[in-house]
Design a protein around this ligand. Structure first.
Ligand SMILES: C[S@@+](CC[C@H](N)C(=O)[O-])C[C@H]1O[C@@H](n2cnc3c(N)ncnc32)[C@H](O)[C@@H]1O
Length: 283
């Protein structure tokens, strides 16, 4: 939604993301590991660590997290936020701490996913990602599915934009704006030509092809009037739509004013997915 992924933007969206995460999908993920004591998790496109903050309280007592991102600012902020805990210790560059009754070790890995997947992705139990897959191509997703399937690694993919941009009450330009934004989404965002609103379907297809059991659920943002996030989101959409030249500047500005200030609610659709590998030997 936003041109960049600054820590400020990620902080602005974090409460809305937390509220939006689909509880059934999260429950499917936690149920898949029940009975175990410890879990290795790699969060790709981790930003400032919002996925860890949203999930650690739901997962097993002992958690080993690796936060992967190419942006050093996001990773530095993640480290700073975790280090605020008075019990947090720096151990060989990792942060070790107890949070919500869980014992966590958090590693930080600066890595460009365009150069391939991190080497040790196959030595983990669960790969997580929030608001990342909108940036990826179907080829990239299929490569990830192949890699994870080789070692029976599960995937929890949250907050994948599904193409829905809707004001309530509706505006005559909602559909053209959504279509133009979708066209903008299908550009190369660094990980191949992005799949756009077809990303969630592409994820399910790619993982189901390896025998994964997929549990999906919606995780929309419902943004009320006056929210700072809504203003940023609307401006981001309007700027992207303007770049496509598919709508006239007066139409874009009419929709922007309505979506920013007049609509009661602005809904932005997302989808969450938990993909569980087939039992050993069943694939
Ligand atoms: C929308 S942000 C989401 C961040 C975080 N998961 C969250 O939910 O707050 C997308 C993240 O993907 C990261 N990213 C984008 N392209 C990447 C790449 N090629 N390699 C590694 N990280 C990438 C960005 O730096 C950013 O932190």
């Amino acid at each position: 939604m936003s041109a960049g992924f600054s820590p400020g933007w990620l902080a602005l969206r974090e409460p809305a993301d937390r509220a939006a995460r689909n509880p059934d999908v999260l429950a499917a993920c936690t149920a898949a590991f029940c009975g175990r004591q410890d879990l290795r998790i790699v969060d790709i496109g981790a930003g400032t660590g919002a996925t860890l903050r949203a999930l650690h309280g739901l997962l097993l007592p002992v958690q080993d997290w690796t936060l992967v991102d190419h942006d050093p600012d996001g990773l530095a902020t993640a480290r700073k936020l975790l280090s605020r805990d008075p019990e947090a210790r720096d151990t060989d560059g990792d942060i070790v701490l107890d949070l919500a009754g869980r014992s966590l070790r958090v590693r930080f890995r600066r890595h460009d996913l365009a150069r391939g997947l991190p080497d040790d992705l196959q030595d983990t139990d669960l790969v997580t990602a929030s608001a990342l897959f909108d940036l990826t191509s179907i080829d990239w997703i299929e490569g990830l599915a192949r890699t994870l399937a080789r070692s029976s690694v599960a995937l929890l993919a949250m907050l994948t934009f599904d193409g829905m941009i809707r004001c309530a009450p509706g505006h005559r330009l909602d559909a053209p704006v959504a279509a133009a934004f979708a066209a903008h989404q299908k550009r190369d965002k660094g990980l191949g030509i992005a799949a756009g609103p077809g990303t969630a379907r592409g994820l399910v297809r790619a993982f189901a092809a390896h025998g994964y059991r997929c549990v999906e659920g919606e995780s929309p943002w419902h943004l009320a009037q006056g929210s700072a996030l809504r203003a940023e989101v609307v401006d981001g959409i309007a700027a992207a739509v303007a770049e496509t030249a598919l709508l006239t500047p007066p139409d874009i500005s009419e929709w922007r004013d309505f979506a920013r200030n007049e609509a009661e609610t602005l809904t932005i659709g997302h989808v969450d997915l938990f993909a569980a590998p087939p039992p050993e030997g069943a694939a």
